[in-house]
Design a binder for this molecule. Structure first.
Ligand SMILES: N[C@@H](CCC(=O)N[C@@H](CS)C(=O)NCC(=O)O)C(=O)O
Length: 211
């Protein structure tokens, strides 16, 4: 199997955390030159986005949350990354949705130049979403159910991205949120999260050397 990935991508990072935790031997490759317009890349990733998982038979699967679910089903013998309880599984999936629908969109928009008014509006959206996350996170070292799950795969890279986005704008978007703050300290005690986040941070530094 191959994972088409970029180190700086929080979406690709969530899949890399899962691959590491499951101990799956997957070759990590960059997108082809000419990405994202490249026709051959569009044939396997119609959205033109990474990550994309290429299975051994050549089938391509895109959308990071779907890739995470697929890995659970393809490798039931590997470490499960969804909690055993039905409700806890729903909670883990909810946090993946929170990352995708509420946390990432303002951050993606903030990465592009915006007017000061728009910047303020997006920042407000981001802090609202972070404060919702503060209410949703459990107290333990992991987001849900006491062990590493899809929720952590999704939330940990988003929080690194939030910290970097905030510091670029001169504010710490996390410091006033006790659970989120505690979680950002606890998450890096997990070796799989830590390694993938260091890769992501280095990827961002290479893209924007001042960060
Ligand atoms: N919903 C997608 C989002 C993936 C995504 O936005 N990836 C970005 C990198 S972080 C990308 O490939 N952007 C290329 C582009 O927009 O042209 C997923 O979860 O996989």
């Amino acid at each position: 199997m191959q994972l088409i990935s970029l180190p700086a991508s929080p979406f690709a990072t969530r899949v890399r955390i899962a691959l590491r935790a499951k101990g799956l031997d997957v070759e990590i490759v960059p997108p082809p030159s000419g990405w994202p317009q490249d026709r051959r890349f569009r044939d396997i990733s119609p959205t033109g986005r990474v990550p994309v998982l290429i299975l051994d038979d050549g089938e391509a699967v895109w959308e990071s949350a779907v890739i995470l679910e697929l890995l659970e089903e393809l490798f039931p013998q590997a470490r499960p990354l969804l909690p055993a309880g039905v409700l806890e599984r729903a909670r883990a999936r909810q946090l993946v949705r929170v990352a995708d629908l509420y946390l990432m969109p303002p951050m993606v928009a903030l990465a592009a130049p915006q007017s000061p008014t728009e910047n303020r509006r997006l920042l407000e959206q981001l802090t609202d979403a972070l404060s919702m996350l503060d209410d949703l996170l459990e107290d333990g070292p992991y987001a849900v159910g006491g062990s590493l799950s899809h929720a952590d795969c999704a939330i940990a890279p988003v929080l690194l991205a939030a910290r970097i986005t905030g510091s670029r704008l001169g504010i710490d978007v996390i410091e006033a949120l006790p659970r989120v703050e505690a979680y950002t300290r606890a998450m890096i005690r997990d070796e799989h999260i830590l390694e993938a986040l260091l890769e992501m941070q280095e990827g961002i530094r290479r893209l924007v050397p001042s960060r």
